[in-house]
Design a protein around this ligand. Structure first.
Ligand code: HEC
Length: 119
């Protein structure tokens, strides 16, 4: 009986705090963003990375801090965009696929991008 109570208590805590079991890390996301995304998006996501300057005006990365996503409106869509790239989801082909990212990487990147517009 004691064992069951203990188990129930632990399960209850895990259910109450799902973030504990799968916490996205904004700082890790920021570091990943700096290496994988900032060349185009700029370190703060404003769309002012050095590579963006050479892109056609209608295909440049938007300011992510505005939080106006055309496609990546939630984490599922965000993951799809990162894995398949812009062209596959009807966005600019300048947004490259990053097929090798783990779920944890995607979660951290999503948390960082959300934090840019205060979420
Ligand atoms: C080679 C340049 C380049 C790199 C590298 C790049 N992006 Fe992009 N990204 C773009 C461009 C260009 C767009 C604009 C696409 C459009 O609006 O059609 C874009 C759009 C986006 C959007 C907005 C999508 C929407 O729904 O409006 C997000 C979010 C995004 N990128 C995240 C990332 C993340 C995270 C990384 C790094 C893992 C990354 N990008 C790497 C060029 C790049």
């Amino acid at each position: 009986m004691r064992g069951v109570l203990k188990y129930t208590a632990v399960a209850g805590v895990l259910l109450a705090f799902p973030a504990w079991t799968n916490a996205a890390d904004i700082e890790k996301g920021k570091a990943r963003f700096a290496t994988l995304c900032a060349t185009c998006h700029g370190a703060s996501g404003a769309g002012d990375g050095p590579v963006a300057a050479a892109m056609p005006a209608d295909q440049k990365p938007a300011d992510l801090a505005k939080g106006e996503m055309k496609f990546a409106v939630d984490q599922v869509k965000f993951a799809e965009l990162l894995k398949k790239g812009g062209a596959a989801v009807g966005l600019s082909p300048m947004m490259p696929p990053q097929a090798g990212l783990s779920e944890a990487d995607v979660g951290d990147l999503y948390a960082f991008v959300q934090s840019l517009h205060g979420k």
